[in-house]
Write a protein of this length. Structure first.
Length: 337
């Protein structure tokens, strides 16, 4: 049976809603029981510990209740990462930066022995659809952490003082529950303080955000994304450990993305030509085109995914993006040459 000191640690971790400590102590108890030859008990305990995690329900991801606003709306959602690093095609500099951040956070103990901390307050900037949020999910996957996405609609309150309280609640949750905390469209809560529609409440909110970003503790990684970094308060930049730009892919990158997204479909497409035609689209739009083309191929019953399937998907996305000046797609005949 578990020693009394282990049970005390287990209950203390539960009372603090400290997920990491709870699972670490529970793991030690299971290992001790297995060493004593109590294999059936150890297996039952392990199954009970990981049962909900297999289905990735909200309760399995955190022992701590999700913070809510005064209207009882959740301030964030907790979910399994939706992307892995291998799923993404990014600019080389961006891949290098993300890889370094993952390695630093994996080596937290080693860095701590030299009184150093990993970079864990990150600002991702770039145009929509360039992979900022997907990269935050990939970091979470690499670190085996859930993704806590902040619900900005609930976070920003019309009640005096409530927004600052909401931000505090979200940060306190992240300090106790290791996760990748994602603030998408961060400019909506950290806009430049000198803008014309500024008022006292907004200034107080920004001050709270700046302070909490700088002082956040625990093992969580904070990722703020912005499509419009020029709107961010000038004081916010130095609160982050690193600012990582996300840029549109070049033709080689788009070709690699098409190859990755079409790898499950047999084809003889000229991917280089298609990458050239799709250069005005964002990576997210290229993925949608590839997915649409695959649906069309499956429903057509054809043996190979052909230019006609990509052309139809291309044209649909082109109509949905009227501002993009995109040349005509290659014809089936041209693709054979």
């Amino acid at each position: 049976m578990a020693r009394s000191d282990q049970l005390k640690e287990l209950f203390a971790a539960y009372s603090r809603a400290d997920d990491g400590s709870f699972r670490e102590v529970a793991g030690r108890i299971i290992s001790d029981e297995r060493r004593r030859g109590h294999r059936l008990l150890a297996s039952d305990l392990e199954h009970a510990l990981n049962r909900d995690a297999l289905s990735m329900t909200e309760g399995a991801l955190s022992l701590r209740p999700l913070p809510k606003d005064r209207d009882d709306r959740p301030l964030l959602t907790l979910a399994k990462p939706a992307h892995e690093l291998g799923d993404l095609v990014l600019a080389a500099d961006t891949v290098t930066a993300i890889g370094e951040i993952v390695e630093e956070n994996r080596s937290r103990s080693l860095l701590a022995s030299f009184r150093l901390l990993p970079r864990r307050r990150l600002l991702f900037i770039g145009d929509p659809g360039t992979g900022k949020t997907a990269s935050a999910h990939a970091i979470a996957a690499e670190l085996s952490l859930p993704v806590a996405s902040v619900a900005l609609a609930a976070l920003v309150s019309s009640y005096l003082g409530e927004t600052a309280k909401n931000v505090e609640s979200v940060v306190q949750f992240a300090e106790l529950t290791p996760c990748v905390l994602v603030f998408d469209e961060f400019e909506s809560v950290a806009a430049e303080r000198g803008v014309g529609n500024d008022h006292a409440e907004l200034r107080r909110v920004m001050a709270t955000v700046l302070q909490l970003i700088e002082e956040i503790g625990g093992e969580s990684v904070v990722v703020a994304t912005s499509n419009h970094p020029g709107l961010l308060d000038s004081a916010i930049w130095r609160r982050f450990d690193d600012v990582i730009p996300f840029s549109p892919l070049n033709i080689t990158g788009i070709e690699a993305l098409l190859r990755l997204r079409l790898q499950g479909a047999p084809h003889r497409l000229g991917l280089r030509k298609w990458a050239t035609k799709l250069k005005e689209f964002t990576p997210a739009e290229v993925e949608l085109i590839a997915l649409d083309a695959q649906r069309r191929w499956v429903l057509s019953g054809a043996k190979l995914l052909a230019d006609e399937h990509l052309s139809a998907a291309f044209e649909r996305r082109q109509r949905a993006t009227p501002t993009a000046q995109i040349p005509n797609p290659p014809t089936k005949k041209a693709n054979r040459s």
